[in-house]
Design a protein around this ligand. Structure first.
Ligand code: DGY
Length: 314
């Protein structure tokens, strides 16, 4: 197990496996992952481990499964794992609600000027309540564009409806009416972006989506639009977004994920219209326990000779 996991998860792992833990939660190096994998049957990894083709080639033959404690698996080279006959599993579903809650927090924080307001208060510069001071914009009545109406996108839409927002979305294919729940489908991103007062990214990081939010696509958004990202940092071109926020072409951004975490582009730190969180989407004890149990369920099924529920198909 490459990272320290919640106590209940490690307790269960101790009962069922001859598990090796990362007791001080230091970030493992590639070499230490390979060294730690010797004579082990499986690896339990997280999003901070880059399990690329070179690392997979260096793993011992004993490793038969990589169970990732995450819904995303862009940190694992799936074809390389497949080529070595190593199964890969993830933890979908269990972090949907927690991540959707963070998307709403980002929307509220970005729309209501939380970064600048909190800084004013904490620096002792809050002089008085002012009719024109620290004004934001409200979510009520706004059009929310969802890029990727999957599990987390739909859970975000459900919460946004309670704020009186109108939901629009783009997916590769249109959903059935039951899953759409009245959301308006756009068959291309230009259509979606042009009506998105707030655009929330919920697609996976893939070769097609990396860099999708760039100068050209930002230009499709309405003037003053707000961008929300709880998916993956590499879907956004940082320079383009920072430029759009600095020039007020975009009104604000709420970001929970970044390129090159934890070393995010320093340009974000000076922007008072950027509401930033350190990748907290799934960071509740309930959800992190559930992710750990799900990762162990997948290992259990695999070692019982069954197909794990969350087998990633390469
Ligand atoms: C995931 O699961 O992919 C998140 O980014 C971390 O919880």
């Amino acid at each position: 197990m490459t990272r320290k996991l919640p106590p209940a998860v490690e307790t269960r792992a101790t009962q069922d496996y001859d598990a090796v833990f990362n007791t001080d939660d230091s970030l493992p190096t590639r070499e230490s992952i390979v060294a730690g994998a010797q004579e082990k049957d499986g690896l339990l990894v997280t999003v901070t481990d880059r399990i690329d083709a070179d690392l997979i080639r260096a793993l011992p033959d004993s490793i038969r499964i990589i169970s990732t404690f995450s819904v995303g698996y862009d940190h694992i080279d799936i074809p390389a794992a497949k080529a070595r006959g190593i199964a890969v599993t993830n933890t979908p579903d269990v972090l949907t609600d927690a991540t959707a809650e963070i998307a709403l927090l980002l929307m509220l924080g970005a729309a209501r000027n939380a970064t600048a307001s909190i800084a004013t208060l904490r620096s002792g510069n809050w002089r008085n309540w002012a009719p024109t001071g620290m004004l934001g914009t409200e979510l009520t009545g706004k059009r929310l564009g969802i890029l990727g109406l999957g599990r987390i996108g739909r859970a975000t839409a459900q919460r946004a409806r309670a704020f009186g927002m109108e939901i629009h979305y783009h997916n590769r294919s249109r959903l059935d009416a039951e899953r759409e729940k009245g959301a308006i489908y756009h068959d291309d991103i230009a259509g979606l972006f042009s009506v998105s007062d707030i655009l929330s990214i919920h697609c996976a990081s893939t070769p097609e989506t990396r860099g999708l939010i760039n100068r050209d696509t930002i230009a499709l958004l309405p003037e003053g639009a707000i961008l929300i990202n709880t998916a993956r940092g590499d879907i956004v071109d940082d320079e383009a977004l920072i430029e759009a926020l600095a020039s007020a072409r975009l009104g604000a951004a709420g970001l929970d994920v970044f390129n090159n975490e934890p070393n995010l582009h320093p340009g974000y730190l000076n922007l008072s219209n950027a509401f930033l969180l350190p990748h907290l989407g799934s960071a509740t004890l309930e959800t992190r326990n559930a992710m750990g149990f799900r990762a162990l369920d997948n290992l259990d099924a695999f070692f019982r000779g069954q197909t794990p529920r969350d087998l990633v198909e390469g």
